[in-house]
Design a protein around this ligand. Structure first.
Ligand code: PLP
Length: 382
């Protein structure tokens, strides 16, 4: 049997919505984008939603709107997909990494509080100087589980910081019954085809700040402010617009969000039942504050005595793709070159990075496929 790593969950409704768009001449800047955006305001209660052409673009707009610029410091996590940190580097801001909670993999709020209180301790190591000031916190809702946002927001309030919540992996999750994405000042979702909903490529930013929303709408559209003509540009902007085909697909997917998340939850449940008892395998931990997990990937942790690379090869040979998850950001070559990070700088992140393995996962996986994967894991470990 050959199992795909992930698969989108699309129906005729999505296909028809795309066909309906391409039967019109309006392929960009039409009615589909606002329709798609409205679904995010309805889901989260945010005042504004802006569709963009990737989660990374969305993060970048938030960084600009928050006024984060060269030399500014932002406390964030090294246990994430690189885009959460890259959005800071685009503006020459400085990521101040702190380590994560070993159970959830989310940024450790106590370390966030400590870093905010003693920020000058971090400056020499980061090549920053006394002119740098702490501007924001950028937590990530890792693997679809919201970060410990109450504690993070308390730090932000104490120090007057903006909070950018990277919810790219957590659409539809809830934290203490509140939706992921609205827990800080800005939230971002992403829709690559392995995500909970997909538009092919795409993202959405949400905020309740009117001025920031207007500014981000202008930046998304080549810096055109309200009143600018097609060839006049108030700001240095980008083309971060989402096209109409993608928005139409996304709007249909959003109608099915609850069902899509329930199917993913069922697949995660099948995995948990089968993997919980296998020695050497740890299944994902869900914190009590996570009132709804939005399963993005299914990442198991292997006992440190297991040779993960060799194990992965044996699974691949049985038609089961797996991925180390995440490769910590501070261990990426360009980050080492820029900041000189060394092994041991963030021990919990490194441990999770060395032991984590994402197994095939999607809402369209059958129980038979999950059974096949789990039998192979058992056979190759025991
Ligand atoms: C935590 C996190 N942030 C940001 C992104 C970036 O999203 P995109 O790939 O749409 O640019 C992703 C997507 O994989 C992600 O997982």
């Amino acid at each position: 049997m050959k199992i795909p790593m992930s698969s989108p969950d699309l129906t005729d409704a999505e296909r028809q919505a795309v066909i309906d768009v391409i039967n019109t001449p309006i392929l960009s800047m039409g009615a589909q984008v606002p329709r798609f955006e409205q679904a995010f305001c309805d889901l989260t209660g945010a005042k504004h939603a802006l569709a963009v052409n990737s989660g990374t673009a969305g993060l970048h707009l938030c960084v600009r709107a928050a006024g984060i610029g060269p030399g500014d410091l932002v406390i964030t996590t090294p246990f994430s997909f690189v885009a959460s940190t890259n959005a800071l580097l685009f503006e020459n801001a400085i990521p101040v990494f702190v380590d994560v909670d070993s159970k959830t993999g989310n940024i450790d709020p106590e370390q966030v509080a400590d870093a905010a209180r003693n920020i000058e301790k971090y400056l020499p190591r980061l090549g920053a100087n006394g002119h740098s000031s702490l501007k924001a916190l950028l937590p990530v809702d890792v693997f679809g589980q919201p970060a410990e946002m109450d504690a993070i927001n308390a730090v932000a309030r104490e120090h007057g910081l903006t909070v950018i919540e990277d919810s790219c992996e957590a659409l539809g999750a809830t934290y203490k019954s509140r939706p992921a994405g609205v827990l800080g000042d800005y939230g971002i979702f992403a829709f690559y085809p392995n995500k909970q909903i997909t538009t092919g490529e795409g993202g959405v930013v949400i905020t309740s700040d009117d001025k920031a929303a207007d500014f981000m709408r202008a930046l998304r559209n080549q810096g055109r402010a309200p009143g600018d003509t097609w060839l006049s540009h108030t700001y240095l902007g980008y083309n971060y617009r989402l096209d109409e085909m993608s928005a139409a697909m996304g709007a249909e997917q959003m109608k099915r969000l609850d069902d899509l998340l329930s199917k993913r939850e069922q697949v995660a449940g099948w995995y948990a039942e089968r993997l919980a008892e296998i020695p050497g395998v740890e299944i994902p931990y869900i914190a009590p504050s996570t009132t709804r997990m939005s399963w993005f990937v299914y990442v198991i942790r292997l006992d440190s005595k297991i040779d993960r690379a060799a194990f992965a090869k044996r699974l691949e040979a049985r038609g089961i793709p797996v991925r180390p998850y995440f490769v910590p950001i501070h261990t990426q070559p360009y980050m080492i070159e820029r900041f000189g990070w060394r092994e041991g700088d963030f021990p919990v992140t490194e441990d999770l990075g060395q032991r984590g393995l994402a197994v095939p996962f999607s809402g369209v996986m059958s129980e038979e496929q999950v059974e096949y994967v789990c039998q192979a894991i058992r056979a190759e470990l025991i």
